[in-house]
Design a protein around this ligand. Structure first.
Ligand code: PEP
Ligand code: MG
Length: 757
């Protein structure tokens, strides 16, 4: 059963559009379940009707014509109840609706299951039998499982515009292109042309692309194949003395495959049909792989890996030979399975406006770089049909994490308006650069930046920030092959401290683990966010911690603007131990004759236990800094990098707001300065609440700073406090966000919050 299901899903995922995908499903399900009919109905939201979209068993002419309102018919009842309906004789059921185009009197047994994606009913999958019979429970569970898999394929095809190619425009969309949901990576809205970029030799990530010169593409392909033939022949020769004849026979099979019509011929045909050589090769390889996978014989099944290996070899040469370097259009939105920081660097800066990556999260290196460069970015867009979107118009909404592919006119004009408003606003905001972040009634709050790369120093300085509130030191560690030496670290930290001097710079000690691992120090755990992370790692490795702290203190020599921040503290002991090590490092440096001074030391409040012990922590340290990214994740039990639960992740959740209030009150008792350095600090509506609570400083990505400053300069502490007291009476994050957005709109600050709603 599982095997069949896997095969159907594989085939469906290879389908080039929704129509093909639905036809594969109805055919395979009908034949596997040995039923007389299998059909798919999809809901047309525009008219609230269920439309027959594919069938094997009913009159094919009825596809696109049979429509039933949500008030009548068994199919719509399945959708309405969002549960399976299994009836022995459908014709006798009062809900039964007859359609003359279908001629279905003969079918009695009816089993319909809803197709649901993220709580929404998209349609109904139905099987029918001539016999009067109730389908078995096994049939029911199988169909439910197929429908669950089908849901994702529909969303995929719909998002890539596949639905518009369906018969007779059977489904009218309501002119609103449906977005794909990812995670906000860097704020801003980018509307431009998608340029798909793929890692070298990753065949599955190759997009389809039209070419203009058949001869040239075929020549590229043939030369690549010849090079692979040569490599394999040489390899076989070289292994003559090591491998017996029969083992080397595999190479002959490779050579045969390479010269076959099946691989080379089919790929050439595809090139002639218009796809470029790498895209045509991908289609051929995936198709053959599927055929081999489906074979009963296990030896033959394994040949699928050989086909893939050959595909990779050809592709590598194709990529080397490809004379055509990617031409980046104006307004490029870079799209890929796993966009890396180096890929980003390949695009001329003036042409790059956005990034969309299937994998990764806000904390990925590329997202941090994009934030520093002010490039709107969406990460973790898991449902993105990468292979089908090269060259299409795309909108990346880096505020909300939504991506629109080939958006409708209506969506384009909505976003264009937003982009225009943003441009006007940012000109206005630039003028605030050198003005203080002070409310109308004279309350000042320090605005600092979060940083982690030397490349963000310049934009940070230009933003008018009063210092660095969080420097994530793990990034220099990620870029190397081994732990950086004390001197290497000192030199990096020195550059940061020097550029901001005399303004303060808060260097955070290494916060690896969770989603940040070092290539030379792998941490593999089932539950990494609850595992060996941050201070837990460095306390277990004092040799790493001591080197880092020594480097930090030495870097501040003569500047004395360093503050050290400890991540992931969850109990007092950890703080005591860390402080002990910092004092040890400081003492050693003094003994060595360095004229250093002891820096201020603070802890991050980002674990719920630290919220309840904030007072005990506050009295032991020089400052506290609330890490709302992790605090939200741990308080709400929502993985901050998981797109599936992204809608549950909101720092405006009342529990998070109350936790912050409690920390502020504890800090006040001990007169300990308190800042917020999570993303929440850069959200203008949230910043207003933090101001009202009495937070001393806010540290955020550089691109958020001007907006937050604008909000602060256009309000009074009193007004902010009134808003906070209203918010404290609300019971859920959505309600709070709605209230704050409305309040901003009323105060004429709508431009600051509109994006992303
Ligand atoms: C946080 O958790 O809010 C924080 C600032 O740290 P990071 O995002 O690096 O985990
Ligand atoms: Mg954190």
């Amino acid at each position: 059963m599982l095997d069949i299901l896997r095969r159907i899903v594989q085939e469906v995922n290879l389908a080039s559009n929704l129509e093909q995908a639905l036809n594969i499903i109805v055919k395979r399900v009908k034949s596997f379940m040995k039923v007389d009919v299998c059909s798919v109905f999809l809901i047309n939201e525009h008219d609230n009707e269920y439309v027959l979209m594919a069938t094997d068993g009913l009159n094919p002419e009825a596809v696109g014509k049979v429509r039933m309102s949500d008030k009548v018919g068994l199919v719509s009842l399945v959708g309405k109840r969002a549960e399976a309906i299994n009836i022995a004789d459908a014709i006798k059921n009062p809900r039964y609706q007859h359609f003359p185009e279908v001629i279905e009197e003969a079918f009695h047994g009816f089993l319909g299951v809803p197709i649901i994606h993220q709580r929404k009913v998209l349609g109904v999958l139905v099987i029918q039998s001539r016999e009067v019979q109730k389908f078995s429970e096994d049939n029911e569970t199988f169909l439910i499982t197929v429908a669950a898999q089908l849901a994702a394929a529909i969303v995929h095809a719909e998002a890539s515009g596949g639905i518009s190619g369906l018969k007779q425009d059977a489904i009218k969309t309501d002119n609103k292109t449906k977005p794909i949901h990812g995670l906000p990576g860097a704020p801003g809205v980018a509307m431009g042309t998608a340029v798909v970029i793929y890692p070298p030799a990753d065949i599955d990530a190759i997009p389809d692309k039209h070419h203009s010169n058949v001869e040239k593409e075929i020549e590229l392909f043939d030369t690549a194949v010849e090079s692979v033939v040569k490599d394999i022949t040489e390899l076989s020769e070289r292994l003559k003395d090591v491998l017996p004849e029969e083992d080397r026979a595999l190479f002959d099979v490779y050579l045969l495959m390479l010269n076959s019509q099946a691989i080379s011929g089919t790929t050439r045909d595809r090139i002639r049909e218009g796809n470029w050589a790498p895209g045509a090769l991908r289609q051929t390889i995936q198709e053959h792989e599927k055929v081999f996978h489906e074979m009963e014989d296990s030896y033959l099944r394994e040949r699928a890996d050989d086909v893939r290996d050959l595909g990779h070899r050809i592709l590598k040469y194709l990529q080397d030979e490809s004379l055509e370097k990617i031409e980046f259009p104006e307004n490029t939105v870079l799209v890929g399975e796993d966009i890396s920081a180096s890929m980003l660097a390949e695009v001329p800066r003036e042409k790059l406006i956005g990034v969309v990556s299937v994998r990764g999260s806000r904390t990925s290196h590329v997202a941090i770089l994009a934030r520093a460069m002010s490039i709107s970015t969406v990460m973790g867009a898991t449902n993105l049909p990468v292979a089908r979107i090269d060259g299409r118009t795309i909108i990346a909404d880096g505020y909300s994490g939504r991506v629109f592919i080939s958006p409708s006119e209506e969506v384009i004009s909505e976003f264009q308006q937003l982009i225009d408003e943003e441009a006007a606003l940012s000109d206005e905001l630039m003028e605030l650069r050198d003005l203080p972040a002070q409310t109308e009634d004279g309350i000042a709050i320090s605005l600092l930046v979060n940083s982690g790369l030397l490349s963000d120093i310049t934009p940070s300085l230009q933003s008018g920030a009063e210092g660095i509130g969080l420097y994530r030191t793990e990034f220099p560690f990620m870029e190397r092959q081994t732990f950086p030496s004390e001197e290497e670290q000192r030199s990096i930290y020195r550059q940061v401290l020097e550029s901001f001097h005399p303004r303060p710079v808060t260097l955070r000690t290494l916060d690896i683990g969770g989603d940040k691992t070092l290539p030379y120090f792998p941490i593999e755990e089932d539950n990494p966010f609850l595992g060996w992370r941050g201070i837990r790692v460095t306390l277990d490795h004092p040799e790493i911690f001591l080197v880092q702290v020594r480097a930090m203190i030495r870097a501040s020599l003569g500047l004395n603007n360093l503050k050290i921040l400890l991540p992931m503290i969850s109990n007092i002991n950890e703080l005591n131990e860390a402080q002990g090590l910092i004092h040890q490092a400081y003492g050693e440096l003094l003994e060595e004759g360095e004229k250093v001074i002891m820096p201020e030391v603070g802890v991050m409040i980002e674990v719920p236990s630290a919220v309840y012990q904030a007072g005990n922590l506050a009295r032991r340290v020089d400052f506290l800094s609330i890490g709302t990214n992790d605090l939200t994740q741990y308080l709400l039990a929502v993985d901050r990098n998981n797109a599936r639960v992204a809608s549950l992740y909101d720092s405006l959740h009342p529990a998070v707001i109350r936790a912050i209030l409690q920390v502020v009150e504890s800090a006040r008792v001990h007169n300990t300065p308190i800042s917020v350095c999570g993303e929440m600090a850069g959200d203008p509506v949230a910043a207003l609440l933090l101001l009202a609570m009495g937070i001393d400083s806010l540290s955020m990505s550089v691109s958020s700073l001007p907006r937050v400053k604008w909000v602060i300069r256009n309000t009074t502490r009193e007004r902010a406090r009134q808003i906070l007291s209203e918010v404290l009476m609300l019971e859920d994050a959505a309600g709070i966000r709605k209230y704050l957005n409305e309040t901003f709109e009323e105060a004429g600050m709508g431009g600051l919050v509109r994006a992303g709603n």
